[in-house]
Design a protein around this ligand. Structure first.
Ligand SMILES: *[C@@H]1O[C@H](CO)[C@@H](O)[C@H](O)[C@H]1NC(C)=O
Ligand SMILES: *[C@@H]1O[C@H](CO)[C@@H](O)[C@H](O)[C@H]1NC(C)=O
Ligand SMILES: *[C@@H]1O[C@H](CO)[C@@H](O)[C@H](O)[C@H]1NC(C)=O
Ligand SMILES: *[C@@H]1O[C@H](CO)[C@@H](O)[C@H](O)[C@H]1NC(C)=O
Ligand SMILES: [Fe+2]
Length: 467
């Protein structure tokens, strides 16, 4: 550190970037990488949107975790012309016996759009840590895929999550997905931070863009689970089209295992996977005191057993700490309601999207304030989560370039570039986070951070009294 002091501040920041050792530096870093402002959508005849050949062939195949512990998988797909079959045939790699599971299908109308037949099939009681093949469709249109179940839940299970938010369907979206797929760290499950297809930005919320998006992500989402968080682009609330049921297309298309965590809504739920306990929250559903989401989270957090799942991770679309001028302060109401719980229960990290940029906070909290004491400044707090915004999947809204200046001291690193993240859990005490900017090579880390588990390996004492 003594050596660093001879350099000017810019040189120090540069050195931090080079070393990816931002813990050494006190001031936050603003990456000066500038990308183009607007990303055009991939045209409808793009390769990524191709319909699989054959009459009524299953398309838009995607999987997600189907139970609390990772022994279940929900397999979803759409048949465009007629219901076809709800059956999934599946077998473990080393077995010749095909098992059969029966699903259901749903449909919905949105303005003048009628969806295809949206199939959902939950398969349960799978073996841990096992590769399974699965087949859907009939006759000439049978399509085969595979996935791997996670290891049995346990405190020192290594596991690698990918993080993607605000993806959309532009050329940049395709670059983000490609970089995630090519990253040598090999993410095994995507934690998706909301804002999927951006269909609502097209005339009359053109729902065929939900279909193109489903076909675009199939190449990854059919083979590894994507854990879904709802964003504002999932609302599809359009009274001008007489469409007043929020989340209608999203909730028909993307099933999640909410009932197994005693949630009453697919918009908030929890799962355990490897050594992680994942809590998904909805920024666009009520969360004030006495609301269903509030009561669910209040009852959920005490259930987390850090001796079984040391890593407590929350996902939400709208960030509650951001220094970007886009969507500034939009997360403030949820911060007021939930932040003290995040500190009390030592949440390790809160991931969000929404802001089309990347930002990582220090461990800070702002929970001392009540309406009479005036104590309303974020302070260092080692019991508090790190807040990471990764809303930079590449959608057509363009990057969020405007930032609040100067960079507040709670912000450790921020940059308006597209990219994805990797959260690589090593054991109960250590996890390594990296953020990968699209313009770099697949393996390059533009920002990184060693997480010390807040329960097993805290770095310091909280300044704030626990309640
Ligand atoms: C829905 O209505 C819009 C506006 O009238 C029109 O452009 C579009 O082609 C219609 N789509 C269908 C599937 O009828
Ligand atoms: C999307 O990326 C894949 C490679 O990952 C490539 O094969 C494909 O051609 C790309 N499509 C478009 C429209 O950019
Ligand atoms: C930011 O700076 C202010 C003023 O110096 C200080 O009171 C506060 O604790 C700092 N917060 C963080 C997170 O470092
Ligand atoms: C946990 O992982 C870290 C980082 O890889 C390593 O340094 C540490 O020794 C590991 N702890 C144990 C108990 O293996
Ligand atoms: Fe958003």
């Amino acid at each position: 550190m003594a050596l660093l002091k001879v350099f000017d501040p810019c040189a120090i920041c540069l050195l931090c970037l080079v070393l990816s050792a931002s813990e050494l530096c006190n001031g936050g870093i603003t990456g000066n990488f500038l990308r183009k402002e607007y990303s055009p959508d991939m045209p409808l005849d793009s390769d990524v949107f191709q319909v699989p050949p054959g009459y009524n062939a299953p398309q838009q195949v995607h999987i997600t975790q189907g139970d609390t512990d990772g022994r279940g998988v929900i397999i979803s797909w759409i048949t465009p012309d007629e219901p076809g079959s709800d059956t999934v045939l599946y077998w473990s790699e080393n077995s010749k016996n095909k098992n059969r599971a029966e699903g259901i299908f749903v449909r919905y109308k949105f303005f003048n759009y009628t969806s295809g037949y949206i199939h959902h099939c939950t398969i349960k009681n799978l073996e841990y840590n096992t590769k399974y093949m699965y087949e859907i469709g009939i006759g000439y249109t049978i399509r085969r895929f595979w996935f791997k179940t996670p290891p049995r839940t346990g405190p020192d299970v290594p596991y690698t999550f990918g993080l993607i938010g605000d993806l959309g369907q532009t050329h940049d979206s395709n670059v983000t997905l490609t970089h995630y797929e090519s990253n040598p760290k090999k993410g095994k499950t995507v934690l998706f931070l909301g804002d999927l297809s951006y269909s609502n930005d097209y005339p009359f919320h053109d729902n065929t863009r939900w279909d193109t998006w489903g076909r675009f992500i199939e190449r990854n989402a059919a083979y590894q689970p994507w854990i879904w968080t709802a964003g504002n682009h999932e609302l599809d609330f359009a009274p001008q089209l007489e469409e007043t049921t929020p989340f209608k297309p999203y909730m028909h298309r993307y099933y999640v295992p909410f009932a197994s965590s005693h949630s009453t809504s697919p918009l908030w739920y929890s799962i355990k996977r490897g050594s992680a306990y994942l809590i998904v929250l909805s920024s666009y559903s009520a969360y004030g005191k006495s609301t269903p989401q509030y009561k669910w989270l209040r009852d959920e957090l005490p259930k987390v057993d850090r001796s079984k799942t040391p890593w407590l991770i929350a996902l939400m679309h709208c960030p509650i700490y951001t220094s970007n001028s886009h969507h500034f302060m939009e997360g403030e109401t949820m911060r007021v309601v939930f932040e003290s719980w995040f500190v009390k229960y030592k949440v390790d990290v809160v991931f969000s999207g929404h802001v089309h940029a990347y930002e990582r906070s220090k461990r800070i909290s702002n929970i001392a304030y009540n309406i009479v004491n005036g104590m309303c400044t974020p302070v260092d707090d080692q019991s508090a989560p790190v807040y990471i915004t990764i809303g930079d999947g590449g959608n057509h809204d363009g990057p969020a370039i405007g930032m609040m200046e100067p960079q507040p001291n709670f912000s450790a690193y921020r940059e308006a570039s597209f990219g994805h993240g990797i959260f690589d859990i090593k054991n109960r005490t250590h996890a390594y986070f990296s953020w990968h900017r699209n313009q770099d090579g697949y393996a390059v880390e533009a920002d990184s951070f060693w997480f010390h588990n807040s329960y097993w390996n805290p770095l310091g004492k909280s300044f704030v009294a626990q309640h």
